[in-house]
Design a protein around this ligand. Structure first.
Ligand code: TYM
Length: 423
């Protein structure tokens, strides 16, 4: 009984929504780690279990990504249905996005995006990538539409540098692209959703500007295949088609974005040409440098490692800010051991060290006190410096011409499923 009360106390205060992420506090007011199981329970998502991972491997012939093996992608809705589609060779597509609130991605953003690229490789299906420059100008009073559209172009270059396959990828800025069938979907969907529903899902009130109230419909209908007639066929489509609407979508994302897609899943079947409920796969947040309870975030520059950071900046940030689970003195550390579970350098290694056995050994030796905090930090610094430097090399190659190619609406080419039959 006592255990139960404590659990509720920890999870009760956490506040996770698309615009801010805060873990709970314990009775003494200290930040505690985000309780993801409590969140999955509250939002009624399914946890990813070993049986699902085994099925994934059987169906795709690929070992699950280390982020799946290590529970960093931990929750889903209907991912099993996507596996059934893959098994039967029926068409489906990937959709994800980024809100361009600054000119550079941080390390945390690259997690769901790199994972999406991996899914694109494994499933060999089309991907649409939305840049919500409309959202960021609507939700940040300090940003103009010109600025967010400029950030969208810079972010798109970062996204391309993550390695998405041009033949299978369409990237777009909302402000530039949305028109025609996409816009018709947004208006039709807005007719199905009341202010009460979005108020509940996003915490809006009577003083919220109407742009913000409408915006969720835009992020939602981006999951309808009819929003992008050009990617499916070269034949100009004068009307939306039932046969295109039937193509299901899989959305990889950080779990903060789930409220949008709950709204979508509740209403997708009411459209004139109904679409199947989109499947979702959710990641945990790459923690802030400061540790427990926060996510790495652009609005807190000291919480984040940016993909533009120099090796020296990465070193300084980890040494200065990365929360340590070590003891205060070397003597105490040797005697009592460290706590890798709360140590940010260790947590970062769980994302970026691919070798399971090596990671286990780091965990064991830090806990026993053999490995010191300085040594652990050096390992994390090296991994992150390499990851960011490789990214920066690829980023240099992304010219305006390359950007234009990814952002041109066009028929995509893929081999992982049948082509849709458009009637
Ligand atoms: P944005 O730009 O806030 O975030 C882009 C993606 O990164 C995830 N994310 C993180 N993941 C791990 N650790 C972190 N510290 C971290 N911070 C952010 C977000 O969950 C997201 O998946 N409105 C969206 C853009 C969008 C979108 C989508 C995202 C439009 N359609 C569909 C996902 C799926 C936004 O502002 O994302």
């Amino acid at each position: 009984m006592a255990e139960n009360t404590e659990h509720v106390e920890t999870s009760r205060d956490q506040d996770i929504n698309p615009w801010s992420v805060e873990g709970g506090r314990d009775e003494a007011g200290n930040a505690v780690s985000i309780d993801y199981e409590a969140l999955a329970k509250k939002w009624n998502t399914s946890l990813i279990d070993q049986a699902l991972l085994d099925r994934f491997e059987r169906v795709t012939g690929h070992k699950p990504h280390r982020w799946l093996r290590r529970g960093l992608f931990f929750s889903h809705r209907d991912f099993d249905r996507i596996l059934t589609k893959k098994e039967k060779g029926e068409p489906f597509f990937l959709y994800t996005g980024r809100g361009p609130s600054s000119g550079s991605l941080h390390l945390g953003h690259t997690i769901p995006l790199t994972f999406t690229k991996w899914l694109q490789d494994v499933f060999d299906v089309p991907l649409v990538f939305m840049l919500t420059d409309d959202e960021k100008a609507l939700f940040k009073d300090s940003l103009t539409f010109e600025e967010t559209m400029h950030f969208a172009m810079e972010n798109a270059k970062d996204i391309i540098a993550l390695g998405f396959d041009l033949k299978k990828t369409f990237i777009y800025s909302d402000l530039k692209y949305i028109s025609n069938h996409f816009l018709m979907n947004a208006w039709e969907f807005s007719k199905l959703v009341t202010f009460n529903q979005v108020r509940g899902a996003f915490g809006f009130n009577e003083s919220t500007n109407v742009g913000r109230i409408f915006f969720p419909t835009v992020q939602c209908v981006a999951a309808f295949a009819t929003s992008y007639p050009e990617i499916w066929t070269d034949e100009p489509q004068t009307e939306r088609k039932k046969s295109i609407a039937e193509i299901q979508c899989l959305i990889p994302m950080g779990i903060d974005q789930d409220p949008y897609f709950r709204l979508l899943r509740d209403n997708a079947h009411k459209m004139k040409y109904p679409s199947p409920k989109p499947a979702l796969i959710h990641s945990k947040f790459l923690t802030a440098l400061q540790g427990a309870g926060g996510k790495m975030s652009s609005s807190e520059p000291n919480s984040a490692i940016f993909m533009t950071d120099t090796p020296k900046q990465i070193k300084t940030k980890i040494n200065k800010y990365a929360f340590s689970g070590g003891q205060v003195s070397v003597e105490d550390h040797r005697r009592l051991g460290g706590n890798p579970d709360v140590d940010v350098s260790y947590i970062y290694l769980t994302y970026f060290e691919d070798d399971d056995a090596k990671l286990d050994e780091i965990y064991r030796s830090y806990k026993s006190g053999e490995l010191l905090t300085g040594e652990l930090k050096s390992m994390a610094i090296k991994k992150l410096q390499d990851y960011v430097a490789e990214f920066q090399e690829r980023r240099k190659e992304v010219s305006d011409e390359v950007l234009e190619k990814y952002m041109t609406p066009r028929r995509l080419e893929w081999g992982g499923t049948a082509q849709p039959k458009i009637k």
